[in-house]
Write a protein that binds this ligand. Structure first.
Ligand SMILES: [Mg+2]
Length: 333
C-alpha cells in the first residue's frame, strides 16, 4: 500500500490523537506480565525475580527502511523482532514492549493499524505472552520508530558477551546472510529505471525470494533459543544484528579471546554470510562438553587471544559489517 493512500482510511491529521489510539489499542498484543496495561501515565509490569533486562532500538526511514519496500505490517513486525532479539541474546524471555512513533500526518490511519497488526503477529509467533504495554505518538516528516523491550531472566544469570572461555564451542542459531542477500536483491532489482525504490518490483521480488527478501523485510529471529541456550550452559551470547565478522569481534573483545571460525561449517563463507547484517540470529559460546541445543550449529571454537579478534580457517577476518551510516545515501526514497 501507499502510506498516504486515503482510500484505506482518514489521514492522521483528520483525527485526534485519542481517536487514533482508540483504533490502535484493540489491535495490540496484551502482555501476560502486565499488571496494568496502556491507558494510565505508566504501565506496570511484573518483575518476578526482582530484576529485568531492558533494551531499545530505533528504525528511521532512510537508513533503516524504505517505505516503498516495507509494508506498515513489515515495519511493526521488524521493529518488534529486532528488539525481542536483543532480549533473547541476554538469555531472557521478552515480557513487554513500549513503542513510540513519529509519523507524517498525511499518512492514512491504516498505516498505524497495520503496524500494530505486525507487532501483534511478531509477538504471537516469536515471543508468545509478550505484549505492548505503552507508547507515544507524534508527527514528523520522517517516519521514526522507537521500541523499548523488557525481559524476564526467570531466575537465571544474564548472559553477557564477556563470558567466552578458551576451548568453548562457537555456535549460531538462525539464518546467516539471508537478510543481506535480500537487501542486495532489493537494491539491484527492487528499483525503477531511475534507481528509486519501487513497491511493485519489491513485491514481486519478495514472492520469488521469500527466504532472503522476505527475511530482510520481516526477519524471524529465534527468540526462544535465548532462554534455551541459557539453560544449556551458554557462556557468552549476542544477537547478530551487524554481521557475523563484526559481531563476533565484539564478543571476542569483550571476552578477551579469539573466535576461530571454520569456513566448512558456514556453508558459503561469502560476503553476505560473513559481513551481512540484520539476520538477528544468536551467536553463542558453549562449554566444549555441552550438548548443543537443537537449533544451534557449531561454526568454530574459542581460542587464546591473538592479534586478530576473529579468524577464518586461521587467517585474520576483517571486522567489517552493517553500518547504517555507511549504507545511507542521505536521500532515501
Ligand atoms: Mg544486539
Amino acid at each position: 500500500m501507499v502510506f498516504s493512500d486515503r482510500s484505506t482510511g482518514p489521514s492522521l491529521s483528520e483525527l485526534t490523537e485519542g481517536r487514533v489510539l482508540e483504533r490502535i489499542f484493540p489491535r495490540l498484543p496484551l502482555a501476560s506480565a502486565a499488571l496494568l496495561g496502556p491507558g494510565d501515565d505508566c504501565a506496570m509490569l511484573r518483575a518476578p525475580d526482582g530484576r529485568y533486562v531492558v533494551t531499545t532500538d530505533m528504525m528511521v526511514h532512510g537508513p533503516d527502511f524504505r517505505e516503498a519496500w516495507s509494508t506498515p505490517f513489515d515495519l511493526g513486525w521488524k521493529a518488534a523482532a529486532t528488539n525481542l532479539s536483543d532480549v533473547a541474546a541476554m538469555g531472557a524471555r521478552p515480557t513487554g514492549l513500549v513503542i513510540a512513533l513519529a509519523v507524517p500526518d498525511h499518512y492514512s490511519v491504516s498505516v498505524l493499524e497495520n503496524f500494530a497488526d505486525g507487532v501483534r503477529a511478531a509477538c504471537a509467533e516469536l515471543a508468545p505472552g509478550c505484549g505492548v504495554v505503552g507508547g507515544d505518538l507524534s508527527t514528523s516528516r520522517t517516519f521514526t520508530i522507537a521500541v523499548t523491550a523488557f525481559g524476564d531472566l526467570e531466575g537465571r544469570s544474564a548472559v553477557l558477551r564477556s563470558g567466552a572461555r578458551v576451548g568453548d564451542i562457537v555456535a549460531v542459531s538462525g539464518t546467516l546472510g539471508a537478510a543481506a542477500r535480500g537487501l542486495s536483491l532489493l537494491f539491484a532489482e527492487g528499483v525503477n529505471e531511475t534507481g528509486e525504490p519501487d513497491a511493485e518490483r519489491a513485491g514481486q521480488l519478495r514472492e520469488r525470494h521469500p527466504d532472503t527478501v522476505g527475511i530482510q523485510l520481516a526477519p524471524r529471529p529465534p527468540i526462544g533459543d535465548g532462554a534455551i541456550a541459557a539453560h544449556a550452559g551458554v557462556t557468552a551470547m549476542m544477537d547478530l544484528s551487524d554481521g557475523l565478522a563484526l559481531d563476533a569481534s565484539r564478543l571476542a573483545r569483550a571476552s578477551g579471546v579469539t573466535l576461530s571460525l571454520e569456513s566448512a561449517k558456514l556453508g558459503p563463507a561469502d560476503e553476505a554470510v560473513l559481513h551481512g547484517g540484520e539476520d538477528h540470529g544468536l551467536l553463542a559460546c558453549f562449554p566444549a562438553d555441552a550438548d548443543l541445543p537443537t537449533r544451534f550449529r557449531r561454526i568454530g571454537v574459542v581460542s587464546a587471544p591473538s592479534d586478530s579478534d576473529v579468524t577464518l580457517d586461521g587467517a585474520p577476518l576483517d571486522a567489517r559489517g552493517w553500518d547504517p551510516y555507511a549504507n545511507w545515501d542521505g536521500n532515501a526514497g
